[in-house]
Ligand binder design. Structure first.
Ligand SMILES: [Zn+2]
Ligand SMILES: [Zn+2]
Length: 183
């Protein structure tokens, strides 16, 4: 039986909130469930690691968990804060299947982070790709060996840009078992 039937989208410290509207439409198209734009949340400075200059992603997930309104909700948050988990230098995003929550950082998805001119269309595509990837993890999907699948592990922007936001046929089948699509 499917576990999730709605996506709630929050934002935190995001300088271009207009992207949320486009992300919402994209997620509805991909997962065939209702996606709702929610408000802005603040992320506690207690989660900030001064030495790293980054926020602890796992601790933010606990905050998102509290924002679930129903058992079948997935809570997704988009933030421009730079994120880490203790074992990695940085993460584009994190997810918890048990908690039904996902978090994506836009910081390293911007060309300007690498000293290149920003490109909104490319940026939007990256945000969608990373959000779909993390929601895939919420649905319980592991990383996929297919480099063209959105569930392929992405360690760099080149990986993210190459794979795009589509599931391969086998991941698509798995995600449909867990996310209650309308068709
Ligand atoms: Zn992943
Ligand atoms: Zn796949």
């Amino acid at each position: 039986m499917c576990r999730f039937d709605r996506i709630l989208i929050y934002r935190a410290e995001l300088p271009d909130p207009v992207i949320i509207s486009q992300l919402r439409i994209a997620l509805e198209g991909i997962f065939r469930v209702a996606a709702t734009k929610k408000g802005e949340i603040s992320i506690s400075s207690a989660f900030y690691n001064e030495e790293r200059g980054q926020y602890h992603a796992g601790k933010v997930l606990d905050v998102l968990f509290a924002l679930r309104e129903r058992e079948k909700d997935i809570v997704l948050c988009i933030t421009d804060l730079d994120l880490y988990v203790p074992e990695l230098n940085f993460v584009f995003g994190v997810a918890s299947s048990v908690q039904g929550c996902a978090l994506v950082s836009t910081r390293r998805l911007r060309n300007s982070f690498y000293g290149l001119p920003d490109d909104y269309e490319i940026f939007l595509r990256r945000v969608i790709t990373e959000a779909v990837h993390e929601i895939g993890h919420v649905a319980g999907l592991p990383h996929c060996p297919n480099p063209g699948c959105v569930m392929y592990f992405s360690n760099s922007l080149a990986d993210t840009d190459r794979k795009g936001f589509e599931f391969c046929p086998s991941c698509s089948k798995e995600v449909k078992k867990v996310i209650c699509s309308e068709d």
